[in-house]
Design a protein around this ligand. Structure first.
Ligand code: GLN
Length: 554
């Protein structure tokens, strides 16, 4: 097994995940089967209990693991399916060591960070990197490991130490260290400054890790003299200083790295033959160039809790991009804060209200993504009503399906107080429960207790738009993350009025896919289709939204 270990310095948010995924793409292009591991040095066991507005979206895996969004980047870039164990956190490592200690596995020893925690980390990496992730049965050939945070943080130090030791455990010739840093630009002439990188590499080397490659984020391509200077100060060859400058779209990054020789340097470092499959990279190049060429726009209104961190909806954005690409359009997302659409706030928010509705009315399609809690719900309900009544394409994901159902119950079934148990204080007092708490869900523990991960949804009808979009299959398997569901007692009444649940779970009770009759495209899914979308293979419900938005048949 070959390992590429990606660390970061100076500051977070440098795009380490994208760097690591792009390196993975290059390794795939020399014929290696590549998997990946993300290390997050926080104490949470997983990302499930973390706010997406602080930390970015919670990505959901097939096995129900709720993990860091970088695992989504790996799945999309490398076309693999990971497991919860591919996301290592301090919380998981400590839980495992403490459990072993209680079992008596350490035979009377004092249990310490070194060697017990650091050994646990290394064992974990070796075990998990061998799990097949590309659908074949054998272990992968190579694993890209990304260490979250920045080197020098207190939290990451046991991981840095474990990775330092790891090069001796598996052999230095099987490990390539890549350090991602920042080269800021200062002053009127735009001088590229090397000092932050010098410092972070010095720190990394002080911890016993010498980088083989230094990837420098900067706005413009790195000048040769800057590369030379960094090489001299950071104990690498000049060609090993890589420029990660701004590019027109993400898919250009593997190509930019390839032009700088990253592929051959990594292959050299790991001692693998470079039987380069240029066909593979050609596919990426084509995609990257195509994305830059689209002239016509498609406008999608995203109605959610918008806080300025677009990472909170990362996979949804990706799935929209994949499907816009499929209909040859440039994607424009209009973010609409749903509280602004709520007419009951009108008096105090005239300006916000008219701006929000102005944007909504310009949209070619409307998307209500997943969400929790009752803030902004009434605005989303009004957006769903507008889409339903005016024939504008609508896709509701998870919460978005529940919203569409509530709206339909209120305005078509005349159940004026219809709501979700999630959004009212005393759900016993709610006469018309359109959406109810699922019986099997814990009321005391929040972490990892939702209905999570891949589940099968058989179609309940012979023919419908969604079935066609999925290629005529009889069932689909998609990923879930929810606590509430459409009230099974109301389904007959709702369906009688034309809102049909064309996909239900295997018991035939639980609503999974909703389609409205006599509407160009008004669809909801209880699952999150965005997690399985891939470039070149867009998620069918998203593709449907896009096709309807540009007026194509499906
Ligand atoms: N809050 C809703 C539920 O728990 C929707 C969840 C979601 O959109 N992921 O069912």
């Amino acid at each position: 097994m070959k390992y590429v270990i990606v660390t970061g310095g100076v500051l977070s948010g440098l795009g380490k995940g994208i760097t690591a995924s792009s390196i993975g793409v290059l390794m795939k292009s020399v014929g290696l089967r590549v998997t990946s591991i993300k290390i997050d040095p926080y104490l949470n066991s997983d990302a499930g209990t973390m706010s997406p507005f602080e930390h970015g979206e919670v990505f959901v895996l097939d096995d129900g693991g709720e993990v860091d969004l970088d695992l989504g980047n790996y799945e999309r870039f490398l076309d693999i399916s990971l497991t919860r164990d591919h996301n290592i956190t301090t919380g998981k490592v400590y839980s495992s060591v403490i459990e072993k200690e209680r079992r008596g596995d350490y035979l009377g020893k004092t249990v310490q960070v070194i060697p017990h925690i650091t050994d646990e980390i290394q064992d974990w990496i070796e075990r998990v990197s061998a799990i097949p992730t590309d659908g074949l049965d054998e272990a992968p050939d190579a694993c890209v490991i990304e260490l979250g945070g920045t080197v020098g943080d207190i939290e990451s130090s046991p991981f840095v130490e474990a990775l330092r030791q790891f090069q001796f455990r598996v052999g230095r010739e099987n490990v390539c260290f890549v350090h991602v840093s920042l080269v800021p630009v200062m002053g009127p002439v735009g001088e590229q400054k090397t000092k932050p990188t010098q410092h972070t590499v010095k720190e990394l080397r002080g911890l016993g890790i010498t980088p083989d490659l230094i990837v420098c984020r900067s706005s413009e391509p790195l000048q040769q003299e800057i590369k030379d200077k960094l090489a001299a100060f950071c104990h690498v060859e000049p060609r090993a200083v890589i420029s990660a400058h701004d590019v027109s779209n993400l898919y250009q990054i593997p190509m930019s790295f390839e032009r700088q020789g990253v592929r051959s340097m990594i292959a050299e470092c790991l001692g693998v033959d470079t039987t380069e499959d240029d066909q593979f990279l050609e596919g990426w190049r084509e995609m990257a160039d195509r994305v830059d060429e689209f002239q016509d726009e498609v406008r999608i209104a995203m109605v959610g809790k918008y806080t300025g961190l677009s990472d909170s909806y990362l996979s949804v954005i990706k799935a929209l991009q994949h499907s816009a690409m499929a209909v040859n359009r440039r994607l424009v997302i209009d973010w609409i804060e749903s509280t602004d659409l709520d007419s009951s706030n009108l008096d105090s928010n005239q300006d916000g209200y008219s701006k929000a509705w102005g944007k909504l009315e310009l949209a070619d399609g409307i998307l209500v993504p997943g969400g929790f809690g009752n803030r902004g719900v009434e605005g989303k309900i009004e957006a769903a009503r507008y889409a339903r009544e005016s024939g504008v394409p609508y896709l509701g994901i998870c919460l978005g399906l529940q919203i569409a159902t509530i709206e339909f119950c209120r305005n078509e079934l005349g159940l004026l107080d219809a709501n979700s148990e999630e959004f009212v204080e005393n759900s016993e007092d709610l006469a018309n429960k359109a959406v109810v708490f699922m019986p099997e869900i814990s009321k005391t523990h929040m972490g990892g207790t939702m209905r999570l991960g891949s589940k099968v949804t058989p179609f309940t009808v012979e023919d419908c738009k969604m079935k066609r979009l999925y290629g005529g299959v009889t069932e689909v398997s998609e990923r879930h993350r929810h606590r509430y569901e459409v009230n099974p007692d109301l389904i007959d009444k709702i369906e009688a009025k034309g809102m049909i649940y064309v996909g239900k779970d295997e018991t035939g009770q639980r609503c999974e896919i909703m389609e409205l009759e006599d509407h160009p495209y008004f669809v909801g899914t209880q699952y999150h289709p965005e997690f399985k979308s891939r470039p070149g293979r867009p998620s069918p419900p998203f593709l449907g939204l896009m096709k309807a938005a540009v007026g194509q048949n499906m």
